[in-house]
Structure formats: C-alpha cells, structure tokens
Ligand binder design. Structure first.
Ligand code: ADP
Length: 456
C-alpha cells in the first residue's frame, strides 16, 4: 500500500467510524422512541456526539501535530536556519512531505556552505591582490574596494562604500572612464598618472558587468607600471647612449679613412697624424666595448664572485703603482693610509677594479700638484674605504645621478680624457654584488670623497 493511500484510508476509516456510531445510536433512538419514554433517546444522542467528538479530535490531532511541527521548522528555514530537521516516523503523505523538506534543507545548507567557501576564497583573492580593485554599481556608486585602493588613494573602505566614485576617490580620469563604460557597456583601458606625492604611472582596465543584458555596474582594476615604464625608458636611453657613443668615433674613423684613400695617403705631412687619430678612436671604441661587456656581465645573473681573504692595503698599493707615471706627470701626491692589517673576504680582482676606477677618476679630475688619500673606518661589522681627492669636485645637482650609466658632468671633457661614463656604474655593480654600499660627498671646486663599504 502506498503512503498516499494509507493516509486516505486513515481519513476514510475515521469518518466512517464516526458515521457508523451516529447511525447506531440513531437506530437505537428510533427503535426505543416508538415504545417507551424519550429519555434513552436523548442519552443515546449525547453519547453519540461525545464519541464522535473524541474520535474526530484524535483523528484531527494525528494529522495536525506533524503539520504544526513542519510549520515551526519551515519558519526557521525562512529565517535562514537550515540546520533544523523534522522528526518523522510515519510512512504516509505527511512523512513523505517531512522527508522532502529535510532533503531540501540539507541541499540548501550544502549549497550555502559551498557559496560561503567560494566567497571566502574570492575575498582572500580580492584582499591580497597587488592590483587595486574597485566595484561600482550602475549608478556609479562604490560597492567595494580592496586594501590596495585604500593604500593608493589614502581612503577607507568604510567611508567610500555607497558613495559616488568622484565624491569618494577624486580622480577625474578614472571617473570619466567608469562613466563611459557604464554608458556604453564596453570594456576600456587607459594609462593614468597619480601624484602620491611622487608621480606614479598606473594602467587602468575596466569592464562592465550585466544583468539581463543591461549594464549593472563596472569592475575597475589598476596596477602600478611605474617600474616597467622606468625600465623601458632606461633601456631606450641606454640604446640611444650606446649608439651615440659608438657613432662618434666611427664617424671620425670613416672620415679619416676616406680622406686617406682619396688624397692624403701620399701627404707626408698629415698621413701619420690621420692614422694616429684613427688609432685613438679605435682604442676608444675598444675601451667602450670592453666596459659594456663588463657591465653586461655584472648585470647578468651568471656572475659568480671568487671570494677569498686578502689584504686591502696591499691591493691598493699594487693599483697605485700602476698609476705611477700619471701621478708623476700631474705632480699629484697619493697616500695609502689603509690599516696595514685590513683584510676582507671578497673578489680581489673586482675590488682591484673598483680602486682602479676611483684612482683613475681622482687623477683625471684632479688639479696639477693636487693630492689623493685612501683611508678606512670601521663601523657595525663593515669597513668603509674612502678615496679622497683635491680635484674639481662635482656640482650638487649632478651628485644623485653620478653612478648612472653614461652620466658625466662634462661629456666633452670626459671624452677628451678617454672616459666612457661607465666606470662608476661598473664600480656600483661590483660593490652591490658584495652586499656593500657606495656613495660620494663632493664640493664643487674643492674635491670629492668616493667611498664604499664591505662586510668585514
Ligand atoms: P668617466 O669614464 O667619464 O670617468 P665615470 O663613470 O668613471 O666615467 O665617471 C662619471 C662622471 O663622474 C665623470 O665624467 C665625471 O664627470 C664625474 N666624476 C667621477 N669621478 C670624479 C672625481 N673624482 N672628481 C670629479 N668628478 C668625477
């Protein structure tokens, strides 16, 4: 028997029983009424009604109680509490309905759990993104922002949510793009620049989202591309600088070779001079290409330092000896005042290159009869080595850029002296590879102090 039939049967049987009882008493009343008094008839009728009431109530509560329990639990479901279940044991229609409600509650509870987990994951992504994310509704009001936006614009999520974009984040470029997207319903992007307080460049990408094909809001993502732009500029500047540096000697070499070929080969007075100029320019090209190769090797990830213990004073002495003739030629007095027992664990050859570049500059940019001193100080596990000269010094405005590739205070003068403008940037790379620092203090017209530190 199916549960549906059993429930129906229960109903039919209860009412059939009530009617049967009423019918019995009515028959009894009719039989007695014709012979004796009406009293038993009246009692019979009362009893019939009493029995009918008792049986009716029992049948009604049998049906109503589980329904009431279901109403209570359904009320909890409507309030969002799907943890409750209806206890039922009967196999009739009510039991079937309770089972279906329990299953529905279990399904909804599982789905809510799934959605909650998904929301937590999305919130974690949203909050940890390095890109700034803003969600606005179709009216242009902010629905949500992530912590990166709070940081970039110095605003708080609490204060911005629900406010018009331009009111909360005062940026016209972004507001224009967002309004445009809300109007046209098409994704768009642009580069914006913000002063915070330093100027930074951001790429803004925004896309609309739809509800029934009608624009319902917009999602804007911004990310900081300042570093990418800086590197792009640096790279193109570097290519332009290298091309320029190579072009000057090449043009001269080409010019003098052509002159020699056309007529000057037999010109006894000038041909040797021309060849000497070609030789100088070739040498210059050679120095430039060598410096470029050193720099590119230092910047590559493949470089390995050969660290070993050595005496710094001894190394400085050796390098100084190599400059003996230049020192004498300019009448410069050079003193090595490094401590006799000063030892470091570093790449000896490369630290030698640092001394060579510093000393070369200290001589080139020194005055006749000037002086150079090399000395050391120790502090906090580091040794600081300074190369001080009494030369022309560096103007204050040029000091911050002096370690950049190809940066020279006086390009023509540096070229005349055979400089490439790469020496200091090579030195900087070497010291940074040793986890040291590098710097300069200089007074124009009085001299410079170039220093570097190395871990002891
Ligand atoms: P360069 O090949 O021109 O010497 P560097 O990278 O070694 O290239 O130096 C860059 C520039 O820094 C020089 O052209 C010069 O203008 C300045 N400079 C370097 N050292 C000194 C110094 N000791 N005194 C004054 N100026 C210096």
């Amino acid at each position: 028997m199916t549960p549906k039939r059993s429930f129906k049967l229960k109903l039919i049987l209860s009412y059939f029983f009530v009617v049967l009882v009423c019918f019995g008493f009515a028959a009894f009343f009719l039989k007695r009424a014709s012979f004796e008094t009406t009293e038993p008839v009246f009692i019979g009728l009362i009893l019939a009604l009493f029995f009918a009431f008792i049986v009716g109530s029992m049948a009604a509560s049998m049906m109503i109680n589980p329904i009431n329990r279901m109403i209570d639990v359904s009320r909890k479901y409507s309030e969002g509490d799907f943890s409750r279940r209806i206890i039922h044991s009967s196999k009739d229609e009510i039991g079937e309905l309770a089972g279906t409600l329990n299953k529905m509650a279990q399904d909804i509870e599982d789905k809510i759990k799934g959605v909650r987990t998904q929301n937590q994951q999305l919130a974690a992504i949203f909050n940890s993104m390095i890109e700034g994310v803003i969600v606005v509704d179709k009216a242009g009001r902010i629905v949500s922002i992530n912590p990166t936006i709070e940081k970039i614009f110095g605003v708080s999520k609490k204060d911005t949510e629900g406010r018009l974009f331009l009111e909360a984040i005062r940026n016209n470029d972004m507001a224009e793009l967002i309004n445009d997207i809300l109007k046209k319903g098409e994704p768009s992007s642009k580069e914006i620049s913000l002063v915070l307080p330093v100027r930074r460049i951001f790429q803004l990408n925004a896309t609309p989202f739809f509800d029934n094909q009608i624009v319902n809001g917009c999602l804007a993502v911004i990310h900081d591309i300042t570093e990418i732009r800086r590197l792009e500029t640096m790279r193109s500047d570097f290519v332009a600088n290298v091309s320029h540096e190579l072009k000057t000697p090449l043009t001269s070499i080409k010019g003098f070779v052509e002159t020699l070929l056309e007529s000057a080969l037999d010109d006894k007075e000038n041909n040797r001079n021309f060849l000497k100029i070609i030789q100088d320019h070739t040498e210059r090209l050679n120095v430039l290409v060598t410096d470029l190769l050193i720099l590119s090797h230092l910047e590559s990830k493949e470089i390995t330092l050969e660290r070993r213990d050595f005496n710094l004073r001894q190394l400085a002495d050796e390098v100084m000896m190599g400059f003996d003739s230049q020192l004498k030629k300019k009448g410069i007095e050079a003193k090595n005042e490094l401590a006799a027992d000063l030892s470091v664990k570093a790449d000896r050859e490369r630290i030698g290159q640092v001394f060579t570049n510093f000393l070369d500059n200290a001589i080139k940019f020194n005055r006749e009869g000037g002086s150079i001193g090399i000395y050391n100080q120790e502090s906090g596990g580091k040794v600081k080595i300074t190369v001080e000269d009494s030369g022309i010094g560096i103007p204050e405005k040029d000091v911050p850029r002096i370690f950049e590739r190809f940066y020279r205070v006086d390009k023509a003068h540096s070229r005349e002296l055979g400089g490439t403008g790469l020496g200091l940037s090579i030195v900087k790379h070497i010291i940074e590879l040793h986890n040291g620092n590098i710097g300069v203090e200089s007074t124009e017209g009085l001299g410079s102090k170039f220093w570097f530190t190395l871990p002891v």
